[in-house]
Design a protein around this ligand. Structure first.
Ligand code: IUR
Length: 475
């Protein structure tokens, strides 16, 4: 809108009219309003997002607005408007009408070793669902689903809405990135949040996740909200607040959203790092792999099938998902997805039909492998995910700036399980890196991640602690 003489020079290009007072609001005024703890009106939120999308708001102003939102918060109504405005910043996905009730998805707030989407998307497709997953890259120390998939030579996460429809026809699922066409404003905010200490904001996380899901036209969505040392929120209470915001705003958008509260203190599964996590996902898709991972995937998928009316109970839903892992149908969908998203058919087939030994060399492999040993006898009490992820990040598995390349071959394998008894000198972790050797600081921090105790051996508790249901399902 046109500037008027009430505008201070240089205050910002973007202005909107305050409808009651007919007074233009410049971007600094909007930032000031939120900074001082006031609610933003719909037109104000929309004008901010429009400016972000069109590139007319300066990065410094975006950072300042994000920090104002991080510090002052937003109520559910503001968060809903922000979500809708982000979703409408790009194209909406359109599907054949018959797919409507079958459109489901899963999202995670981010963890260490979290390869669940790679397994659950094809498993749900094998259960008859359509899964148009728009996923993200790593934030901070957490790994991103898109980065993991890019460890597979040829896999393309850039897909147009038309291509996504073809992918769903061919494979039943796809995993793609947000782009200039899809939720572009979230792409801008996501990158700036990562470098302005504004990731851990309930309304910003809620709007970021749900905007991507709103364009997918979903029927049901399950969100894995992680809490613990290596999660965005250490405390279960804060994670529960986020879960409630996600479920509440989801209902306002007409999506049945459930949130699973899960622990993120130790890595999920045995492997961390892009190429290694793809290998572990393949093992799980073959009906193998670590039990904690398989259990979690069947529980999460089971709850989705139940909420979406495709299974009479959560347990029966979990059994349906488990069956797709055991009978090869989920692996078949994964192979179809790889081929449809650009992986050479002979490579997709080799990845999905061989044993781990036969797959050697097909995925990025680091030149150096180094094992660390336990220094005493005891029961494995704890394996802290955060220092492990931080060391991997420093070895090249993560980015320091958006768009930076990363090393898909860097990673680690855990060689012991929580609750297991070990003797002194047992190799407990294998680091895959680019050499020459791990320095003393890396070795010290890795060794510090392992806690042994004098307790009897025990079975670890499952990571899923609470399921927050959509209002329509609450008793
Ligand atoms: N996943 C997203 O899509 N957005 C976020 O802000 C987070 C996870 I945190």
């Amino acid at each position: 809108m046109a500037a008027t003489d009430q505008t201070e020079p240089g205050e910002g290009v973007l202005e909107i009219m305050d409808s009651s007072l007919q007074k233009p609001r410049s971007m600094p005024e909007l930032i000031r309003k939120k900074r001082d703890g006031d609610r933003l009106e719909e037109a104000e939120i929309r004008s901010f997002v429009q400016g972000v999308t069109e590139g007319t708001v300066q990065e410094a102003q975006i950072g300042a607005m994000l920090m104002a939102i991080r510090l002052q918060g937003m109520d559910l109504a503001e968060t809903e408007i922000l979500t809708r405005a982000l979703a409408e910043s790009g194209r909406q996905l359109q599907w054949p009408e018959a797919w409507g009730p079958l459109l489901v998805d899963k999202h995670s707030t981010g963890g260490v070793g979290d390869k669940v989407s790679l397994i659950l998307a094809p498993a749900l497709a094998a259960c008859g669902c359509k899964v148009p997953m728009i996923s993200g890259r790593g934030l901070g120390h957490t790994g991103g689903t898109l980065d993991k998939l890019e460890a597979i030579p040829g896999f393309s996460v850039v897909q147009s809405p038309e291509q996504m429809r073809e992918l769903l026809e061919q494979a039943g699922c796809c995993i793609v990135g947000q782009s200039q066409e899809l939720v572009p404003a979230d792409g801008v905010l996501y990158a700036i949040r990562d470098v302005t200490a504004t990731v851990d904001s309930l309304p910003l996380i809620t709007a970021s996740i749900l905007s991507k899901k709103a364009v997918e036209q979903l029927s049901t969505l399950v969100i894995d909200v992680k809490f613990g040392e290596a999660a965005i929120f250490p405390s279960q209470e804060r994670a529960r607040e986020l879960a409630q915001a996600l479920v509440g705003v989801g209902a306002r958008l007409g999506i049945r959203v459930a949130a699973a509260l899960t622990t993120m203190d130790s890595p999920l599964g045995r492997c961390v790092g892009h190429g290694l996590e793809v290998e572990e996902a393949l093992q799980c898709l073959e009906g193998d792999g670590p039990l904690d991972l398989r259990d979690f995937i069947t529980q999460l998928g089971g709850s989705l099938l139940w909420l979406n009316g495709q299974a009479p109970t959560l347990a029966q839903g979990a059994a349906q998902v488990g069956a797709t892992l055991d009978n090869g149908s989920a692996l078949g969908r994964f192979q179809a997805m790889l081929e449809a998203q650009g992986v050479a058919p002979n490579l997709a087939q080799a990845l999905c039909s061989g044993s781990p030994a036969q797959r050697q060399g097909l995925l990025p492999t680091a030149p150096t492998k180094e094992e660390l040993k336990t220094t005493s006898e005891g029961t494995v009490e704890k394996i802290q995910a955060l220092p492990l992820a931080q060391v991997l990040h420093e070895l090249g598995a993560g980015r320091n700036k958006a768009g930076e390349p990363l090393h898909h071959d860097v990673g680690l394998e855990l060689l012991v399980s929580i609750g297991q008894r070990v003797i002194a000198g047992t190799p407990w972790i294998r680091i895959h890196h680019r050499g020459p050797g791990l320095g003393p600081s890396h070795q010290r921090r890795l060794q510090g991640a392992l806690t042994l105790s004098n307790a009897e051996p025990f079975l670890p508790e499952p990571c899923l602690r609470e399921l927050i249901l959509p209002p329509s399902m609450q008793g």
